[in-house]
Design a protein around this ligand. Structure first.
Ligand code: WTA
Length: 598
């Protein structure tokens, strides 16, 4: 097995090009009035269309403003914005002047934002005064204000106005629209090497500290544009509706870079699947004439519960392909998506990939148009992707009908090149577990027919509504609570979110607190330190955690308890205190029997 394909801190350079010309300028030359972005704002029916010419203008003005504010090639700008045209223009403006961007999901707390700003060493942050989502106004600028108090690197915050409400501005703050209107509409793109950094994007791993994965110019753009075209069968003139947030890799690859590189029309969805009612997606499909719809299983499972009528009320004849991403899609949700949403006539592509892979790696399409699609399976590797399954001994499983650790055995253009400032962590995480292979962290099954089905994470990462969350990250927060001695966070299956968070807590000696009060306090802490979506559903106080004699928490046992598989606890002979398991089980029954905390 060749080992020399592991990216060595951004690999080999040489090809100079103006990559951003690929997303904007060349389309402006051929079709300036084509709609690039449809900004589907929170209130239905108030969408705003931005043509390629307008997007280029916005991007150039912003690029010039960033330059005027001292942003240089090689800097990293943090963007904390909801999906909106200025967020896309900000990403493209950074790319145009040779700066990297670091988009932070606007649902993250000020502490999580501050961590990411510090790690990226950003001197510039771009945000909006307020966000609007599901009819609610969120004070994003205030979150940035709190974050930058603890970020000495930040010299300026550019503030766009999403609502008309004024917010307190300091000397550090720059009114974005006002200042960009003073700038020229021409901004010459800088020539970048193919292996120069395009962006960082933080994601959770199995340690407490999120990692800033680094994507570079040429390979990433090539890979996202190809997968966008071939997995979704995207054609000129189609309207592509990816309802992810731009703060995640799905938004980067399939709202911004893939579709724009292909000269496509792409939707920026600001709202939620249930605002103002559970028909929102399908009403939008009808109104905007969406041809490819790309969403998450968690939303499909939620909508399925509201019944078919919310779908059937709207005309979905524009739909040609339906996509799913972020977590396994169960058969029931897949069937409903296919039969009800797609009227049984649209291929459903369950796309497997990761922040690390840059773009889709396994999906039912492209393939022969008539080729079968098995519900709930990602199935076929994309061009150039060579998956391998490895057993616990590190041996390649070469036969079909086998299950193992999902690895990729040769480089592909979209792969992340490093972790920002931590190249060693990059090689250790992805290349050391199975030497010669890229390890994805997922397990997979290869069927008799040779199709791949993702089984789930093999590491300590929980997938809540398609968002990754490290158990160590959660435990770090919970352990900061003064009464808590130690904790263990476990993922359990949740019928809407895919996985929910269950935390076991051991209190310090002599600490007396009501479980409900503690639960409330811990949820507030998690929400303040990470984000709302990370909040535990259940918090159980235990006398001690089941541990091996060497002091390692037996997560396997805890997982069985929360999954109610107590008949299959496995070998407990290595446990330090066998009674602890029985106490944990009875505590779990007490807590979940009445479902009190959920
Ligand atoms: C999971 C999102 C099953 C998987 C693009 C992966 C999936 C992690 C699928 C990456 C799928 C993503 N089926 N599981 N179709 N797609 N995953 O980095 O565990 O946010 O490793 O990228 O989500 O999450 P990330």
């Amino acid at each position: 097995m060749r080992q020399d394909w592991i990216p060595l801190n951004c690999g080999e350079n040489g090809v100079k090009n103006k990559w951003k010309v690929n997303c904007l300028d060349r389309h402006v030359q051929t079709c300036p009035e084509r709609v690039a972005l449809i900004w589907e704002r929170d209130e239905p029916g108030t969408e705003v269309k931005i043509t390629y010419r307008q997007l280029l203008e916005l991007t150039c003005r912003l690029g010039n403003l960033l330059k005027r504010q001292g942003v240089r090639r090689g800097d990293c700008v943090t963007i904390y914005m909801p999906p909106c045209p200025l967020a896309v223009a900000s990403m493209l403006a950074c790319a145009r002047i040779g700066a990297a961007h670091n988009v932070v999901f606007a649902g993250f707390s000020s502490e999580a934002l501050a961590d990411r700003i510090r790690d990226a060493q950003s001197s510039t942050v771009i945000t909006v005064n307020q966000g609007v989502r599901g009819g609610k106004v969120v004070d994003l600028k205030r979150t940035v204000d709190q974050a930058v108090q603890n970020c000495p690197s930040v010299q300026q915050v550019l503030v766009a106005m999403r609502t008309e409400n004024t917010v307190a501005m300091t000397d550090r703050d720059v009114p974005l629209e006002e200042e960009m209107m003073k700038e020229d509409v021409v901004c010459e793109p800088v020539a970048m090497d193919s292996e120069d950094v395009l962006f960082l994007l933080y994601t959770s791993g199995s340690t407490g500290k999120p990692k800033g994965l680094v994507h570079t110019q040429a390979g990433y753009l090539l890979y996202t544009s190809l997968t966008h075209r071939y997995v979704f069968n995207y054609h000129d003139g189609d309207v592509f509706g990816c309802v992810a947030d731009i703060g995640w890799i799905t938004g980067h690859s399939y709202i911004v870079y893939g579709p724009l590189c292909n000269g496509g029309t792409t939707v920026l969805f600001e709202s939620t699947p249930v605002y103002p009612n559970p028909g929102r997606y399908w009403e939008m499909v009808e109104r905007l004439g969406i041809n490819q719809f790309y969403g998450a299983p968690t939303a499909i499972r939620l909508l399925l519960k509201y019944g078919d009528e919310w779908v059937q009320n709207y005309n979905r004849s524009s739909l040609k392909t339906l996509g799913s991403v972020g977590e396994p899609i169960n058969t029931e949700a897949w069937e409903w998506y296919h039969r009800v949403v797609g009227d049984g006539r649209c291929p459903v592509v369950d796309t497997w990939w990761q922040t690390e892979t840059g773009g889709i790696c396994i999906a039912p399409r492209p393939s022969d148009p008539e080729a079968e699609i098995v519900p709930g399976m990602a199935m076929r590797p994309f061009y150039g992707i060579k998956p391998a399954l490895l057993d616990t001994e590190g041996e390649v499983l070469s036969s079909n009908d086998s299950t193992g650790a999902l690895c990729i055995s040769q480089a592909w253009p979209g792969m992340a090149r490093t972790i920002h400032n931590h190249h060693q962590r990059f090689t250790e995480t992805y290349f050391h577990p199975y030497p010669g292979f890229f390890f994805t962290g997922d397990g997979a099954h290869r069927s008799k027919e040779g199709y791949y089905q993702i089984v789930g994470r093999l590491d300590d990462v929980i997938n809540v509504s398609g968002h990754r969350l490290g158990t160590a990250e959660l435990e770090d927060v919970v352990n900061q609570c003064p009464g808590v001695a130690e904790s263990a966070a476990i993922g359990y299956s949740h019928d809407i979110k895919g996985e929910g968070v269950y935390v076991f807590v051991v209190l310090k000696k002599a600490v007396m607190v009501e479980e409900d009060v503690l639960a409330q306090q811990l949820r507030e802490m998690v929400s303040r330190s990470i984000a709302k979506y990370a909040c535990p559903d259940f918090i159980q106080v235990v006398r001690c955690l089941p541990k091996t004699r060497s002091g390692k928490i037996m997560r396997r046992v805890l997982r069985k308890v929360v999954e109610r598989n107590t008949d299959e606890l496995g070998d407990l002979s290595t446990l330090d205190d066998p009674d602890s398991v029985h106490e944990v089980i009875s505590g779990h029954r007490r807590l979940c029997g009445d479902g009190k905390q959920q």
